[in-house]
Write a protein that binds this ligand. Structure first.
Ligand code: PSU
Ligand code: MN
Length: 298
């Protein structure tokens, strides 16, 4: 494949400077316009402020890119036709000349291929509720089992079956580290109700564990699970009520496949009058900042 890494990102990697990958499904499908672009730019600014080079990954008119420019980010953020690009969708988008936001799975794949290890998102995909009959499990999980990145996320999205997702992460050899917490975070809420398998408290502990993984040649991700600060979490009662409504609405409208996650997130953002959106942005930018610290400590 011809060069798809931006000059800025290539130069930073060649010089051994810290680089952090960012996904773009959160831009195309996770947040409403025009806030999506603001958040995408804010995430890059957080990293630049730390002396870290951001590498936002996405597909623009069939061109797979690691290190989108601000203009390219804007184009993608405004594109109604942008598809949600997981790993399997990348070759199709390339051949069709389509644009797309890359999911955690596709971003981890492309970032690692370019030599980038640290990758923060908001909330990871996982096992959906009812997966025992729908088989709906995010490709994020399989990708993390095969790609040795250091992923930072506020646990997995609370719209999912969190317990089942933790079981799958164990099966898939993904190390799960609670960051500054013994509880596994619950995305919109700080505590999912499940314990984190291990606790770490510093970026140096994370990098030491990731280096040990690499020394052993374990090819799976390390997942750093950072909880939303409690002052920014969604009210637990509101969360439970809206979640039940959102799941019922998805069921009634026959939403399935890759539309489920965007539908549920959008339902939350509308039904909470923007409160969940504000929380999502807090989660995301906080995770990006921690990603920057980990990359700097690498
Ligand atoms: N985190 C967020 N918002 C998002 C996502 C993550 O705060 O929209 C996206 C990621 O790109 C993730 C995707 O890979 O949701 C999961 O989708 P699915 O469950 O269909 O695999
Ligand atoms: Mn799915």
């Amino acid at each position: 494949m011809d060069s798809y890494v931006s000059e800025e990102v290539s130069a930073a990697l060649a010089a051994g400077r810290p680089v952090v990958a960012l996904e773009s499904t959160i831009i195309t499908h996770g947040l409403p316009r025009p806030r999506n672009l603001d958040v995408a730019v804010a995430a890059e600014d957080v990293l630049r402020g730390q002396g870290v080079t951001p590498a936002t990954v996405g597909v623009l008119h069939g061109k797979v890119t690691v290190g989108l420019s601000t203009d390219e980010l804007r184009t993608l953020s405004l594109d109604d036709a942008a598809i949600k690009c997981s790993i399997r969708d990348l070759p199709v988008a390339m051949v069709r000349g389509a644009s797309g936001g890359t999911t955690v799975a596709a971003t981890a794949f492309l970032a690692h291929r370019a030599g980038i290890t640290v990758f923060p998102t908001g909330g990871l995909g996982g096992v959906h509720r009812g997966a025992s009959h729908t088989y709906d499990e995010s490709a994020d999980l399989v990708a993390l089992s095969q790609i040795p990145v250091v992923m930072v996320s506020a646990g997995v999205k609370s719209i999912l079956d969190v317990g089942a997702t933790l079981e799958r992460l164990e099966t898939l050899n993904v190390a799960v580290l609670g960051y500054g917490t013994d509880a596994f975070p619950g995305f919109y809420i700080a505590d999912s109700g499940f314990p984190a398998p291990f606790r770490v408290d510093t970026p140096a502990e994370v990098t030491a564990i990731a280096h040990a993984r690499d020394a052993l040649g374990i090819g799976a991700a390390v997942l750093v699970a950072r909880p939303v600060p409690t002052e920014h979490q969604l009210d637990a009662g509101l969360h439970a009520r809206v979640l039940a409504e959102a799941l019922a609405a998805a069921d009634a409208q026959g939403i399935h496949g890759h539309d489920v996650t965007p539908f549920l997130l959008d339902y939350f953002h509308t039904a909470t009058d923007g409160a969940s959106e504000a929380t999502n942005v807090e989660i995301y930018l906080g995770n990006v900042a921690l990603g920057g610290q980990i990359a700097a400590a690498w």
